[in-house]
Design a binder for this molecule. Structure first.
Ligand code: OAD
Length: 255
């Protein structure tokens, strides 16, 4: 994959780079995206039936079982070349922030520090009643088929039901993470939007915030998104091919 020379120069000279990542980054680790027509998570399950507080109230065993299945998938997966390239680029740029919509921990496992999780994390469940964190038992959970019911654990403090530590439809984003993401976008020189459909708000507004503050916006995605019209460069390809090529090109450029 050829990376445009102007882009290499801009990244090379940048003090602060932001990566805004979505499900496409983890796709090549075997984690399904949400909206891909055939393989996406929502293709086999009705999101509204599974990813909301109402759904949990209605059928908590169905919801907990589905999220445990996803957590198990993530624990068995490995970071791919895109996660690694994002982590490695910190050695070439003074400041790098990773803002992810993904609820997996593959950026961290590839070596990225201080990842901002806008949509929460599968491995940080909390009590549905009192919001206190719940410690999960170590090890990979039983292999529930997608959709198999599983009783959620009870909170050790209040006895409430434990829920997945992710942001559901109708819920606000965690305030601290959102503020940190906006602050990073306001000061970065380059923002890469990688593997996200740029549909879900407010995360989808971050590239425009960066652009308004003078950053160059670059998109990495094999498919069209609404960001195509905003981005200075569209690198059309899989993240696990494009991101290592970018890293190598930046590293190879003489200082
Ligand atoms: P989507 O499933 O909406 O979009 C995935 C994007 O990744 C699409 O634009 C694909 O074209 C692209 N893609 C697929 N394979 C790729 C690859 N190998 N390399 C690069 N890109 C690839 O996932 P998100 O945009 O992450 O929210 O979805 C955003 C949010 O919607 C999720 O965080 C989730 C969901 O509702 C919550 O759970 C709160």
């Amino acid at each position: 994959m050829d990376i445009p020379a102007d882009l290499i120069t801009t990244v090379h000279n940048a003090n602060h780079v932001v990566f805004l990542t979505g499900a496409g980054v983890s796709a090549e680790s075997g984690i399904p995206t949400f909206r891909d027509a055939l393989t996406g998570l929502w293709a086999n399950f009705d999101a509204e039936q599974l990813a909301s507080a109402d759904a949990f109230r209605r059928d908590r065993e169905l919801v907990w079982g589905w999220y445990e299945w996803r957590r198990m998938m993530v624990m068995k997966a490995k970071p791919n070349a895109a996660h690694r390239a994002v982590a490695e680029i910190s050695s070439e740029v003074r400041r790098v922030d990773v803002i992810t919509q993904n609820v997996d921990d593959l950026h961290e496992r590839a070596g990225s520090q201080n990842v901002i999780h806008l949509h929460g994390r599968l491995n940080r469940p909390v009590c549905f009643a009192c919001q206190r964190p719940h410690e999960l038992s170590p090890g990979i959970p039983d292999e529930p088929e997608g959709g198999r019911r599983l009783a959620p654990p009870r909170c050790e403090y209040c006895g409430g039901y434990v829920r997945p530590g992710v942001v559901w439809f109708g819920e606000p984003l965690p305030r601290r993470e959102w503020n940190a993401a906006v602050a990073a976008c306001e000061t970065c020189d380059v923002l890469f939007s990688v593997g996200t459909s740029s549909i879900v708000q407010p995360a989808a507004s971050l590239p425009s915030i960066a652009a308004r503050h003078g950053a160059m916006v670059v998109q990495v995605n094999p498919n069209w998104t609404s960001l195509d019209d905003v981005a200075a460069f569209n690198l059309a390809g899989g993240a696990a091919v494009v991101m290592p090529a970018l890293f190598e090109a930046v590293r190879a450029r003489p200082r």
